[in-house]
Design a protein around this ligand. Structure first.
Ligand code: HEC
Ligand code: HEC
Length: 529
């Protein structure tokens, strides 16, 4: 497949020159010109979306909705208690990448902060930013994006990872900032591992940590050499989550499979273009993705319900059963009671993508958020050298990139999943466990690129184990590349010195052309012509 792809691209070198001529002559129409090689001929199957919801309501759902899961973060994980006990200052919170909504900061605090920042723009001497008692005040005022205050409890919302501030008031060198909300961009600086380690009962995050199970003969899958067990202490859990080698900045382990498989955060604007969802492409509908986040990740005790157990059993068999039994023991040992917390309605069958645990949160609100996530616009492309970017577009087309990616980012991302062996020729999977079709066996290759896809992949909807196409938007702000954070820059991503068996081994051989391709990519937005 790869070989024929490369042949295909070589034969397009001449078409590329023609494309360049076209840009000069017809300007903005060039991109839709039929004979240009703007993307794969096969754009993949169409995926139905319901975008008819109330986007204004969807905005509130995105920013603040928790559906009762504040009980999980406050009473099980005890994040607010941990933040208070560690005396985390607002400055330290900003250094962890958290974003502060200046419009929600109480006026007297905002005015004091403005005076202090005028005197010392670094903020290091600011009384406000160094006052630990103000951190919980800011959280309870809903000023810390994605930490949603509900009565005396604090939950998580989608905004935690998928929002930034415009940094108009202050920006920490480590990426946290204070300013007006911008919903949708990925927070690449969020240090979730350390935030989770700060919680008073990090053990309640057992299923999204890296575990070692008796059923797996103690083998463990992830970045750490050994896995956690029900006997591991709070300090052991903290050591795992706070180690950036195991839990890198900008990543979140969004699968409750006991594998240590944090994924790099993604943008959440223009989700009408982004199907299927997740790097492994399991979900074809955003509302189904959102429902799973609310009913499992935001309240992981839902895994202990009959529906949760059925789903985990289907995905992971005896190993899954053992993981849930151990989780129940950990919850008991750490005094967690009164769970589950999420407010859901029983509906559908467990295991179906619309209702993985046989439950759903308020569908009206999910559809409202669909409309909002589709309406959020991508940021403008970076200001790059236009001549270089135009040459880069041609190099993009003639280097085989448009065999998979569209050049025009206002189009839907191709919905095709690319099999692991194509995106990563170094893939050499071993079968860890058989599963009932359409689920493929649990497969794992040495290395981290396929760690999430070992258990969770699109075979849940009868599709192959593979990698979904990403949005090529907001790339200038990205500090690290590929879903597993394995490539340190765009320039490095296309450098053939990464070798023929590396993940995403699609290269631009000449240095000057690579620079052009990088400029082309950094300049991309949905209006690029
Ligand atoms: C704690 C951080 C975090 C929170 C909170 C969070 N997400 Fe995400 N989200 C991620 C990460 C990391 C990914 C990338 C996962 C992957 O690559 O498979 C992601 C991916 C997604 C995707 C797939 C995007 C694509 O282009 O494929 C969707 C849709 C999504 N999130 C929706 C939501 C919604 C809706 C909420 C709130 C209910 C939410 N997320 C809350 C971290 C988060
Ligand atoms: C075989 C299909 C295929 C080809 C050919 C291909 N890509 Fe990709 N590309 C992908 C997939 C799949 C991903 C998502 C990889 C991941 O992170 O798991 C991706 C990711 C990317 C990313 C985003 C990385 C990030 O971290 O957000 C960029 C940029 C990119 N490709 C550019 C290119 C360029 C430039 C070329 C040509 C030199 C190219 N691609 C060739 C399939 C392809």
């Amino acid at each position: 497949m790869l070989r024929s792809h490369l042949l295909h691209s070589a034969s397009l070198a001449i078409a590329g020159v023609a494309a360049f001529a076209c840009i000069g002559v017809v300007g903005s129409n060039a991109i839709s010109h039929p004979h240009l090689n703007n993307g794969p001929a096969d754009q993949g199957p169409k995926m139905a979306q319901d975008l008819s919801g109330d986007a204004a309501l969807g905005r509130d759902v995105f920013r603040f909705e928790t559906f009762g899961t504040e009980g999980f973060w406050t009473d099980a994980v005890r994040l607010p208690a941990g933040i208070a006990a560690a005396k985390v200052t607002p400055m330290q919170a900003l250094d962890l990448g958290l974003q502060v909504d200046v419009d929600a900061v109480p006026p007297e605090v905002r005015e004091r902060l403005a005076r202090e920042l005028k005197a010392d723009p670094s903020g290091r001497s600011s009384g406000v930013l160094n006052d630990a008692t103000l951190t919980s005040k800011l959280i309870m005022a809903n000023a810390v994006m994605g930490m949603s205050a509900k009565g005396d409890k604090v939950g998580a919302s989608c905004a935690l990872c998928h929002s930034m501030s415009d940094a108009s008031v202050f920006e920490s060198p480590k990426g946290g900032s204070i300013g007006h909300r911008i919903d949708g961009p990925a927070n690449h600086s969020l240090n979730l591992g350390v935030i989770f380690a700060t919680a008073a009962n990090t053990r309640a995050l057992y299923t999204v940590s890296q575990v070692a199970l008796v059923a797996n003969k103690g083998k463990t899958l992830g970045r750490a050499p050994t896995g956690l067990t029900p006997l591991s202490t709070e300090a052991d859990f903290d050591a795992y989550f706070s180690n950036p080698k195991y839990y890198p900045v900008g990543m979140f382990d969004d699968s409750f499979d006991g594998n240590g498989d944090p994924m790099h955060n993604t943008p959440l604007f223009r989700q009408d273009l982004a199907a299927p969802y997740g790097s492994e492409g399991t979900f074809t509908r955003i509302d189904d993705f959102s429902n799973l986040v609310f009913t499992s990740l935001f309240d992981q005790t839902m895994l202990t319900t009959p529906g949760g157990r059925a789903f985990v059993h289907k995905l992971a068999g005896a190993a899954g059963d053992e993981m849930i039994d151990s989780y129940v023991k950990i919850l008991a040992a750490t005094g967690v009671t009164g769970y589950p917390y999420a407010k859901t309605t029983s509906t559908g069958k467990p295991g179906e993508l619309a209702t993985p645990f046989g439950v759903r949160v308020d569908n009206h609100k999910l559809l409202a958020m669909n409309a909002y996530l589709a309406s959020l616009q991508a940021p403008r492309g970076a200001a790059v050298d236009r001549q270089s970017a135009m040459r880069g577009k041609i190099a993009f087309e003639t280097s085989g990139c448009t065999g998979c990616h569209n050049a025009d980012q206002s189009r839907l991302v191709p919905t095709t999943l690319h099999p692991m062996g194509q995106v990563w020729p170094g893939d050499a999977p071993m079968v860890l466990a058989q599963r009932e079709p359409p689920l493929n066996p649990v497969l794992n290759s040495p290395g981290i690129f396929d760690d999430k896809m070992a258990v969770v992949n699109a075979s849940a909807r009868g599709e192959k184990r593979g990698v979904a196409m990403p949005l090529l938007l907001d790339l200038a702000r990205k500090p690290v590349f590929l879903h597993d954070n394995s490539v340190p820059s765009l320039e490095a991503l296309f450098d053939p010195r990464r070798g023929p068996t590396a993940p995403h081994p699609f290269y631009v051989a000449k240095t000057a052309q690579r620079v052009d391709v990088v400029n082309f990519l950094k300049g991309l937005d949905t209006g690029t012509r």
